[in-house]
Each structure stands twice: as structure tokens, then as C-alpha cells.
Design a protein around this ligand. Structure first.
Ligand SMILES: *Cc1c(COP(=O)(O)O)cnc(C)c1O
Length: 334
């Protein structure tokens, strides 16, 4: 299969917002959009998106993971960006409709159908740098994805960054394009200068997250991750893993984690760290590079706790374990 996110289904669902209201959505070509070159999104970044997945079970049925949570988070992003209020019913229907269209194309586990709802401000108005767009488009793209770990799984190296920030603090919990542009110089410098895979943003010693994934520390029977505040992205994978970890007997601590506590705990033999997000579920972290010193996390290798937690979540997504929290939405076969 092609690189993650480069293959798209030929159609998407699309709805337009004009004259103060959402029009009915339809299924349309995903090949191109027509936008005025002065469109608000192209100048003032009025945009947000979501990322979720549909999974195929052994009996052939297809299920979307945590649909309601992703819809709610996109509504929140739109609200915080002063984009037109998203109608949850409509977005939900748009996601289900397009997945139904391609229900037979959903890959078998460990593959899945990645779903990318996107909202953009379309008003041609370059004078509106400080005013919201009057019109918008909402569309839902599909991209079939294979095994995230197909190239072989390895523990990642993170550069711990205490000076730079991923994005402006008040933008942290919004899933919006500008935030990734903001993080990119730090990530490129860490890759080129330190052979790091990602940057762990920890402004003033406060461990937050990486460029596009949340950070979890598993030390002994404790799972530590930053408590929810408005400075970082509230991952739905993070939330799911914390729920499963509590079931598995971990003490789940959502609290401030400083860089010094992190490095101290990383030295423990049975300490593990990982990044959580929809793409990988949970990816192991083996090394932390801080002020020129390389710190191993535990053994520095892929740990058993990370594997077990990931398996527990995959088992629900893949229909191998009971969906006891009602996280799956079944999509009908057309
Ligand atoms: C999407 C994203 C995550 C992970 O969120 P999930 O809902 O678990 O996929 C974490 N951090 C950032 C910055 C993200 O964009």
C-alpha cells in the first residue's frame, strides 16, 4: 500500500455553509475543490480537521471508532476558531454516508479506513484578517491505510524541547492546520540535528505532547500523562488508553509531569514511554535527548506494557474483545 495518507477514495461527502446556514450534503468527487484564490482559509487559516478510523471485523462488518467523540471535538475546534457552528447530526451523517459508500474497501486489520473530516473558510475576503469567514465548506475524505508498523516497529527517539512551543498556548486544544506549521521548524531541526523522530514539547519544563501525538509514561504500575488543559490536544486515543489502563490495574495519574521527574523515572528499569494517537494507537519511545544528553527510557527497547495496552485497544477496534464502553458505531452494508 502507498505511504500513509496518499491514497484517497474517489468520492467524499461535502456540505456548504452559505447565508447563515448549512446546505444539505452530497456525495461528490474528491479529486478537486473550486475555491476563490482570496478564500479566507488560504490567507487566515480558518480551518480545522479530524482524524478517526473505520475497522473491518472478521464477520465482515465495519465499525467506526469513537465517532461521537471526534464529532464533538470538531465542533469544539470550529467554535474556538469562529468558524460556522458544525451541526453534529449532519457531520455524523456525512461520515457514515461516505464510509457506507466504500464499506467493501475498508482494509482488514491491521489496516483500516482513515477518515478525515475537514472544515475550511471559503469567503473571498482578504480584508477579513480579524473577522470570521461568512461561508465555509465541510467535507469528509477517506484514505485506506495499512499496518502502521509495517516497516518494523522500533522505539523512537524524542528531543525534549523546553524552550520552543508546539503552538500558541491558546491554540493547543484545537485540531487546526496552523499548529502543525508552527511546530514544524522545531521538528525539522530535531530530525536534522539530532536524528530525533519527534519533539516532545515541554515549555518551561511542563511535559505536554509531541507534534501530533500525546505522551504517556508507564512507570511500574503507574500511568502518568498531563492533565487536560487548553494548551494541548485532547487525544481520543489517550482517553481510550487511560480507560483500558485503569481496567488493567494501572494507577492512572493525569497530572503535571516535569522534565526532571520524567528523566528521573526514565532511569527506572521497568519504565516505558509511548506516543498515542489514531494513526499508531501507541508507539514506543526508547530515548529522550535533553540538553545534549541521551537518556534511555527503561531498557531503551520496545516494552511489554506498551504492547499490552496497544493490543487491548486494537482488540476492541478489531472486534476481538467486547466493546464494553460502546466505542464502535456499526456501518451498514449498502
Ligand atoms: C490528533 C492529535 C493527537 C491525537 O489525537 P487522537 O484523537 O488520539 O488521534 C494528539 N496530538 C495532536 C497535536 C494531534 O493533532
Amino acid at each position: 500500500m502507498a505511504a500513509f495518507g496518499k491514497t484517497f477514495m474517489p468520492k467524499m461527502t461535502l456540505a456548504k455553509y452559505e447565508n447563515g446556514q448549512w446546505q444539505e450534503f452530497n456525495l461528490t468527487s474528491a479529486e478537486q475543490l473550486t475555491l476563490h484564490p482570496g478564500a479566507h482559509v488560504l490567507h487566515y487559516a480558518s480551518t480545522c480537521f479530524e482524524g478517526l478510523k473505520a475497522f473491518r471485523h472478521r464477520d465482515g462488518s465495519v465499525h467506526i471508532f469513537r465517532l461521537e467523540n471526534n464529532v464533538a471535538r470538531m465542533q469544539q475546534s470550529a467554535r474556538l476558531l469562529n468558524l460556522p457552528e458544525i451541526n453534529a447530526e449532519q457531520l455524523r451523517a456525512m461520515i457514515i454516508r461516505v464510509v457506507e459508500e466504500y464499506v467493501t474497501e475498508v482494509p482488514e486489520p491491521p489496516g483500516s479506513m482513515y477518515i478525515r473530516p475537514t472544515l475550511i473558510g471559503t469567503e473571498a475576503a482578504i480584508g477579513k484578517a480579524a473577522a470570521p469567514t461568512d461561508s465555509a465548506m465541510l467535507y469528509v475524505l477517506l484514505s485506506p491505510v495499512g499496518d502502521y508498523f509495517a516497516g518494523g516497529e522500533r522505539a523512537l527517539r524524542l528531543l525534549v524541547e523546553e524552550d520552543g512551543m508546539r503552538c500558541a498556548a491558546h491554540m493547543g486544544m484545537i485540531k487546526s492546520g496552523g499548529n502543525y506549521a508552527s511546530a514544524m521548524p522545531h521538528i525539522l531541526a530535531a530530525k536534522a540535528g539530532h536524528q530525533a523522530d519527534q519533539v516532545l514539547f515541554a515549555p518551561n519544563g511542563d511535559v505536554q505532547e509531541t507534534g501530533a501525538a500525546n505522551f504517556l509514561l508507564l512507570d511500574g504500575d503507574e500511568l502518568i500523562t498531563k492533565n487536560l488543559d487548553s494548551t494541548f490536544l485532547h487525544g481520543i486515543t489517550r482517553d481510550s488508553l487511560l480507560t483500558l489502563a485503569a481496567d488493567m490495574g494501572y494507577r492512572v495519574s493525569e497530572r503535571e509531569l516535569t522534565v526532571s521527574e520524567l528523566l528521573e523515572r526514565a532511569a527506572h528499569e521497568d519504565c516505558e514511554a509511548a506516543l498515542s494517537g489514531t494513526a499508531a494507537v501507541l508507539a514506543p519511545v526508547g530515548e529522550l535527548l535533553h540538553n545534549g544528553t541521551l537518556h534511555k527510557v527503561g531498557s531503551g527497547n520496545i516494552g511489554t506494557k506498551v504492547k499490552q495496552l496497544r493490543q487491548a485497544l486494537n482488540a476492541i477496534q478489531w472486534g476481538q474483545a467486547a466493546d464494553k464502553y460502546g466505542w464502535l458505531t456499526r456501518v451498514s452494508q449498502r
